[in-house]
Design a protein around this ligand. Structure first.
Ligand code: C2E
Ligand code: CA
Ligand code: CA
Length: 563
């Protein structure tokens, strides 16, 4: 049977000349003919052969010609049958070899020659069976490269592939002989290893050696590459040696994956053993993600507003918009919970823009002198079109740019500083104010503060709360305020919770303040009521002072005039 007949479509149709079924039938007929020939040979040979021998030695007459011909034909058929048999066995051998080759290909990763995801499952079950016989435990360790995408992007896929191969060799070199190593796809690897029950520290040792091995950079002919790993580990025995729930290969893999997720979340370049709490956390996280997607399409995200007060005069000068999620499932949720999730699943821009649209509409009903501050995530600032999109939204909402202040955190400055600078500059040119939020917590350098055109610094709550203790009267807050003044930047103090703090601030010169002392953040309705009572809602349209764009360009002129 040929190799071709075994592959693809032709193996499935009956009409093809090389169809395996037809060939098997032919082989069967050939075998039948050979068998019949042997029987006939025994029959005819018994009478013809003695006659032929006698004729040969001149002892008898000629053998019967018909029988002699039949004998010769028999012999020919037997030779034919024998050759067919030889061919058949050769083909079967070839087929076995091809099958073995196909199996190896199907179970290994072509680049690194380790096992692949599919075969790793079986390998894990095998090691578990063997370990169970010896009374040992099994650990499944999942490895993920922290920065592989960057390596690929920066150096290209050829180098990326070489890194994967070297990495695989390094891991293989550390593993005990019986352990199995697999590439699960992309930059994800796993190994499974047995260890004495009650001694998970053996696996810790192995993992630590793994991290040590990657402390050395990978040296390729073209480049030297630094690599860090995150690792998640799960075992089929508890650390004390007991067997908890029944754990099979699939759940081991799933648990190691959850531990890996934890390692990534805690900042990468570390390893975690699976713990049951990870499972519930992940389930909650999954619910949060689906709830967030649904909530976004159902308009469950709403802006709340926190008052900003001029410390000296006590006047309300504006509001900071703070996002809230009115989730039917979880209740009112704080942005500390959902903003990081929205950032991770790529929904933060959409979420933020929806909220801004609502906030612009709300703020247009307020006194035109009141400002609106909006928090912008570092993820949004990675979008080179962010400034354009924001300005377009302002125009669409007919909201004056001069009333808008965006708050960015210091972490934005560690990313693409060039992009951030050009974004800030183009927003400021349109009249938007830029504040540096949570100042003091993110290690921005004086150099950055001097070179980036901020309009305001917001002193982080953690420093302000220290002012409560008169003994603390902190030199630190004093220093921050002096720094702000030195840079000619106005300051806002966040987290003003009581009169003691306010009193301390009053002695520190001109500042804006916000915090629970002035009330908790409120929704649009409550703000509207508050402003109505204070007589600070917008004037009816006829009395409105200036159209938005004219105001924006006036503000832009002011900004450009600034040093
Ligand atoms: P943030 O910008 O530092 O906002 C101030 C946070 O402190 C708010 O928490 C506010 O409710 C709280 N706060 C205000 N005054 C006081 C006080 O006197 N004492 C104490 N202990 N806390 C006070 P919230 O609303 O939970 O917001 C948390 C963070 O979420 C914000 O910190 C901001 O970074 C982020 N965030 C809020 N809304 C958005 C948004 O629309 N987009 C983005 N990207 N981030 C947002
Ligand atoms: Ca803020
Ligand atoms: Ca803040």
């Amino acid at each position: 049977m040929t190799q071709k007949s075994r592959t693809g479509q032709d193996a499935l149709t009956d009409k093809e000349p090389d169809n395996p079924l037809q060939q098997a039938e032919r082989d069967f007929v050939a075998l039948g003919i050979a068998a019949a020939s042997i029987i006939l040979l025994l029959g005819t040979g018994g009478s013809v052969l003695p006659q032929a021998l006698q004729a040969l030695f001149g002892n008898g007459g000629k053998p019967d010609m018909v029988l002699a011909n039949a004998l010769l034909l028999n012999i020919a058929l037997i030779i034919f049958g024998w050759r067919r048999y030889r061919e058949l066995t050769r083909e079967i051998d070839e087929r076995r070899r091809a099958e073995a080759r196909a199996q190896v290909l199907a179970s290994t990763d072509p680049l690194t020659q380790c096992l692949n995801r599919r075969s790793m499952f079986e390998a894990t079950e095998e090691i578990r069976d063997r370990a169970a016989l010896r009374g040992e435990a099994v650990a499944y360790c999942m490895i993920d490269l922290d920065n592989f995408k960057q390596i690929n992007d920066m150096h290209g896929h050829v180098i990326g592939d070489a890194v994967l191969v070297m990495l695989c060799d390094r891991i293989r070199g550390l593993l005990p002989r019986e352990a199995r190593l697999a590439r699960l796809g992309g930059d994800e690897f796993a190994f499974v290893v047995s260890f004495p029950v009650g001694h998970p520290e053996r696996v810790d040792d192995l993992t630590i050696r793994l991290f040590e091995a990657f402390g050395e950079p990978l040296r390729l002919p073209e480049v030297t590459i630094d690599i860090t790993l995150s690792v998640g580990i799960a075992a089929d025995h508890e650390p004390d040696g007991t067997i908890g729930e029944v754990v099979d290969a699939a759940s081991l893999m799933h648990r190691a994956d959850m531990a890996l997720y934890q390692a990534k979340k805690q900042g990468r370049n570390r390893y975690f053993w699976f713990e049951p709490s990870m499972e519930s956390e992940l389930r909650f996280r999954h619910q949060l993600e689906t709830g967030l997607r649904r909530g976004l399409s159902r308009g469950e995200f709403v802006p709340y507003y926190e008052q900003q007060i001029d410390v000296e005069t006590g006047d309300l000068v504006g509001f900071e918009m703070l996002a809230r999620w009115r989730s039917p499932q979880f209740g009112l949720i704080s942005p500390d919970i959902f903003v990081p999730v929205a950032e991770e699943i790529g929904l933060i821009s959409e979420l933020s823009e929806r909220l801004m649209e609502k906030a612009f509409a709300d703020a247009r009903e307020w006194d035109d002198a009141l400002t609106l501050s909006i928090n912008i995530s570092p993820v949004q600032l990675r979008d080179p079109w962010f400034a354009q999109r924001l300005l377009k939204m302002l125009v669409a909402a007919n909201f004056p740019a001069r009333r808008l202040e965006i708050e960015i955190t210091e972490s934005c400055l560690h990313e693409n500083i060039g992009l951030v600078r050009s974004m800030i500059t183009s927003l400021r040119n349109q009249g938007v104010q830029i504040a540096l939020d949570d100042f003091g917590t993110g290690y921005s350098s004086l150099e950055q503060l001097r070179n980036l055109p901020f309009d305001r610094l917001k002193i982080d709550r953690s420093f302000i709360s220290e002012l409560r203790e008169p003994a603390n009267r902190t030199r630190l807050v004093d220093a921050i305020i002096t720094l702000g003044r030195g840079l000619d930047l106005p300051l806002t103090a966040e987290g003003v919770e009581d009169e003691d703090i306010l009193k301390a601030l009053k002695s520190m010169g001109r500042l804006k303040a916000q915090g629970y002392l002035y009330g908790q953040p409120e929704d649009a309705e409550a703000v509207r009521t508050r402003l109505k009572v204070a007589g600070r809602l917008a004037l009816p349209l006829a009395d409105a002072p200036k159209p938005a764009l004219a105001a924006a360009s006036e503000a832009a002129k002011r900004q450009r005039a600034k040093p």
